[in-house]
Design a protein around this ligand. Structure first.
Ligand code: TYM
Length: 330
């Protein structure tokens, strides 16, 4: 079977350099490997409170970011999750096949909910991985490029697929996650023991940050005692993170990056990292602005939704039939 590659990004908060290095930067080359389905996970964005206008703007931004990453829309379908109603419909079915125990073990749920009052935790946050599994199986996707924090959700999707297939025959395609060898988990610049996420303005580099701000953030990134530029995640998490960022953007190995900076002082090393980040994001921002202005994302999203609906509806029909939902208008 030809490859089907699928991934999604949530339009919450501002996208970070972590999202870019972990996934976005590589989506163009993925189109060489098979048919791609890339989407804006806007239903997922509702799992935490968000203002309607912010959600709308973030969704537009994200569409432009996908396009600025250079994906060829004749090979990749770009769409809004909410434009394809099969996601929600399959979700209603699949929530019966994943269990409370499994969902309570999800690290992302534990992290997010631990910061909230129990009375404010929406059911959607808890059931998030069910919808994510539906996103994946609807397109018979076999390759799921993600950052490290999403591995657990893709593993759970595999459990679901095996469960369904064992019970009803060969209904769903078994997906596999793929993470980057370098850059699957970019850390915060202010606390390099924590992941760079969308909610820490000091430790995150946002894709829309002014280049001077980006430079400042990198120059004041927390580094470690000692003076050698060496990769050692345990004892030198700050330097290791900056080395990872450099290597990922230059598409070289960590060892090659280490060699390049042998004998460098921390300050000069940081300057080199800032240069490469600003060069890459400067060009990316320029493309983003052009795409935003031209509004070309509107047509792309319309066509993407149409293509996605076609594929998703076929899977949904197959599932409904397999589990015994009566179909009267064949
Ligand atoms: P989201 O929006 O949190 O993140 C989008 C992608 O970016 C990766 N990522 C990172 N990679 C490296 N370093 C980091 N610091 C970093 N932070 C985030 C994430 O792992 C992710 O791949 N649940 C998903 C969206 C989703 C999805 C899907 C993904 C919904 N349905 C189906 C794949 C398949 C999410 O919240 O990603």
């Amino acid at each position: 079977m030809a490859n089907r590659i699928l991934t999604g990004i949530k339009p919450t908060g501002q996208l970070t350099l972590g999202n870019y290095i972990g996934v976005l930067k590589h989506l163009k080359e993925e189109t060489e490997r098979g048919e791609c389905f890339y989407f804006i996970a806007d239903l997922h964005a509702l799992t935490l409170p968000i203002e309607p206008e912010v959600l709308r703007q973030n969704s537009i931004d994200l569409a432009c970011f996908y396009l600025a990453a250079g994906i060829d829309t004749s090979k990749a379908h770009l769409f809004l999750q909410s434009s394809v109603s099969a996601h929600a419909e399959l979700n209603a079915i699949m929530q019966n096949y994943l269990y409370m125990g499994e969902l309570s073990r999800m690290t992302q749920f534990k992290d997010k909910s631990s910061k909230m009052k129990e009375s404010a935790i929406g059911l959607g946050l808890f059931a998030y991985p069910v919808l994510m599994a539906c996103d994946i199986v609807l397109y018979d996707a076999n390759i799921i490029p993600v950052g490290e924090d999403q591995i657990q959700h893709v593993e759970l999707t595999r459990d679901l697929v095996n469960r369904i297939n064992n019970r009803y025959g060969d209904v769903l395609t078994l997906p596999k996650y793929e993470v980057r060898k370098v850059g699957a988990r970019i850390m915060s610049l202010s606390d390099p023991t924590k992941k760079m996420s969308k909610s820490d303005p000091k430790g995150d580099i946002f894709l829309k940050d002014d280049l001077n701000v980006i430079r400042k953030k990198i120059m004041s990134a927390v580094t470690d005692s000692g003076s050698e530029v060496k990769f050692d995640e345990e004892n030198k998490p700050g330097i290791s993170n900056l080395l990872t960022i450099y290597a990922a953007l230059k598409d070289i190995s960590i060892e090659e990056a280490e060699k390049l900076f042998e004998g460098y002082r921390y300050g000069d090393f940081k300057k080199a990292v800032a240069d490469v980040v600003c060069e890459e994001l400067g060009a990316f921002q320029e493309k983003y602005r052009q795409i935003l202005e031209s509004k070309q994302y509107v047509k792309v999203l319309q066509e993407g939704a149409e293509a996605a609906q076609k594929v998703a509806n076929v899977t949904l029909k197959r599932v409904k039939k397999a589990i015994g939902l009566l179909e009267v208008n064949e």
